[in-house]
Design a protein around this ligand. Structure first.
Ligand code: ADP
Ligand code: MG
Length: 249
């Protein structure tokens, strides 16, 4: 077995509010192997975003251990694209490089190439408000990708989009990150998205989030083409969907 790039052991999170203590995550344990696409699916409010925020170091754990491989770079893509409306598409994409003091002709060219490759070439100098929801999410993704993350964390990245845009973008994002050999971890309440976008699914209990069940989709689907659209067409898709609905009850 390959060495994991991330190990999470007994992660717990308790929020203290004026009125009560909210246990958001309890004893969450798992290992992440390089190249994996994992999905964490669970009901709304069960603690999914909390887990990602802790992994992205935006929040702290109350208990447990998190061990990343040395020098690993994490990217984060959210439901809301969080683009800056007063910056052009290009400047939005350059922001991370500027912050890292890594903006030079070469990195700039990489950004232009990514934008051209992924259908945003004509919008390099446009402002976000002229873009559709799907295009905005694509910019948000590219903004993260220019930093060449090893692991991409995705928090319900498609849920604000209409259905068709969502299917298209799901396929596109999958292909992009596969091609760039980025590992990914998506959290979602959408069972079909979890199946389409991952090769391993962890089903969470309702709050506090803890792992209830695990599925290995590489074994279940065992097909050469496991892109989201291929999986959505596979007969096994609906059986697994029904099974996870049961798990979540
Ligand atoms: P999910 O992403 O699965 O919908 P979250 O991780 O956002 O769920 O939230 C899990 C639980 O923790 C919810 O009950 C939420 O109200 C609570 N929670 C999240 N953030 C905070 C916070 N900063 N303070 C207090 N409670 C919080
Ligand atoms: Mg959430």
């Amino acid at each position: 077995m390959e060495k994991p790039i991330l190990k999470v052991e007994n992660l717990s999170k308790i929020y203290h509010t004026a009125k009560a203590e909210v246990i958001a995550v309890s004893n969450f344990t798992y290992e992440f192997v390089k190249g994996n696409f994992i999905a964490i699916v669970g009901p709304s409010g069960c603690g999914k975003s909390t887990i990602l925020n802790i992994l992205a170091n935006l929040d702290s754990a109350s208990n447990g251990k998190i061990k990343f491989e040395d020098n690993i770079k994490i990217g984060y893509m959210l439901q809301q694209d969080a683009l800056f409306d007063w910056l052009t598409v290009m400047d939005n994409c350059l922001l991370g490089l500027k912050l890292q003091k890594n903006l030079n002709e070469q990195t700039k060219e990489y950004v232009v190439n990514l934008l051209n490759t992924y259908g945003l070439g004509d919008f390099i100098n446009s402002y976000p408000h002229v873009l559709s929801g799907g295009m905005r999410q694509r910019v948000a993704l590219l903004r993260t990708l220019v930093l060449k993350p090893d692991l991409l964390l995705l928090d319900e990245p498609f849920s604000a989009l209409d259905y068709i845009t969502r299917l298209n973008l799901e396929e596109e994002v999958y292909n992009i990150i596969k091609k760039l050999k980025i590992s990914s971890m998506i959290v979602t309440h959408d069972i079909s998205e979890a199946i389409a976008f991952s090769d391993r699914i962890y089903v969470l209990s309702s709050r506090p989030a803890t792992i209830k069940k695990e599925y290995d989709l590489k074994i279940l689907f065992s097909s050469a083409n496991n892109s989201p659209s291929a999986k959505r067409k596979n007969d096994k898709f609906k059986d697994l969907f029904a099974q996870i609905v049961e798990d979540l009850k």
